[in-house]
Write a protein that binds this ligand. Structure first.
Ligand SMILES: N[C@@H](CCC(=O)N[C@@H](CS)C(=O)NCC(=O)O)C(=O)O
Length: 229
């Protein structure tokens, strides 16, 4: 039976753009498992699976419900030990936390600064209102002011990606020879930008570009099949 993944969606239910949900989609595919996406708008997240979670991704695997992309990866490794691992030792999990925090503090804010209005505009009207209210509270300014005053460029992104560019000059993946959950963490951030803002703002050449393209093509091109803006 396919694993159900509750994923954030835009006004168009096939527009599944969330960075954290992409981590889970790629994780499920890495384990060789099928998935069924359940498109979930912002205003429905709080009702998913009885409403315990305020965030997606959430998965249902038979009778088991798991939320949070890192916990989902751990669950998949435990439940499906015969397929390639997403995470290995305790040390490996500990270091993956660094990648998660690096991605969320160095890449996610840049994606927001580059694409905040595009993210907003892709949502259904009720979700736009939710998104505006919650994000304006965090930013302390209107979305429009944030988009102009805090605007970031593809060059800013390229600079933030230097540690990854240097790493991938010497190895195929963050995980070494094969992808690891950490690869999907960073992939999720760039896929979010690709879907919301388009491919032109992503690195066009170099090690990060090659790595990202190889992940887009993996699992029968699942990542590339998601429409870029
Ligand atoms: N640490 C969580 C983060 C999940 C998260 O922030 N999800 C966002 C979607 S990208 C969400 O559900 N947001 C709902 C909201 O902002 O109300 C994970 O990796 O699963």
């Amino acid at each position: 039976m396919a694993i159900q993944i509750y994923e954030l969606c835009g006004a168009d239910e096939t527009n599944l753009f969330s960075p954290h949900c992409w981590k889970t989609r790629m994780s499920v595919a890495h384990k060789g498992l099928d998935h069924e996406s359940i498109a979930t708008p912002f205003t429905s997240v709080a009702t998913v699976e009885g409403g315990d979670s305020r965030r997606v991704p959430v998965i249902r695997d038979g009778d088991t419900v798991v939320e949070e992309s890192f916990k989902i990866a751990e669950y998949l490794d435990e439940q499906y030990p015969d397929s390639p691992k997403l995470l290995h030792s305790g040390v490996d999990k500990a270091m993956t936390n660094f990648i998660i925090n690096w991605s969320q503090t160095q890449l996610h804010p840049l994606v927001a600064r580059m694409a905040i209005m595009e993210i907003h505009d892709a949502l259904a009207p009720a979700d736009q209102e939710f998104f505006r209210t919650t994000r304006e509270k965090v930013f302390g300014m209107s979305l429009e002011d944030f988009a102009t005053k805090m605007a970031a460029t593809p060059d800013d992104l390229k600079k933030a990606l230097v540690p990854l560019e240097l790493t991938l000059k010497g190895q195929k993946f963050i995980g070494g020879d094969t992808p690891h959950f950490a690869d999907y963490v960073v992939f999720g951030a760039l896929q979010w930008l690709r879907i919301c803002k388009g491919e032109a703002v992503l690195p066009q050449e170099g090690a990060v570009a090659n790595w990202f393209n190889s992940l887009l093509d993996m699992y029968d091109g699942m990542g590339r099949a998601a429409k870029a803006a």
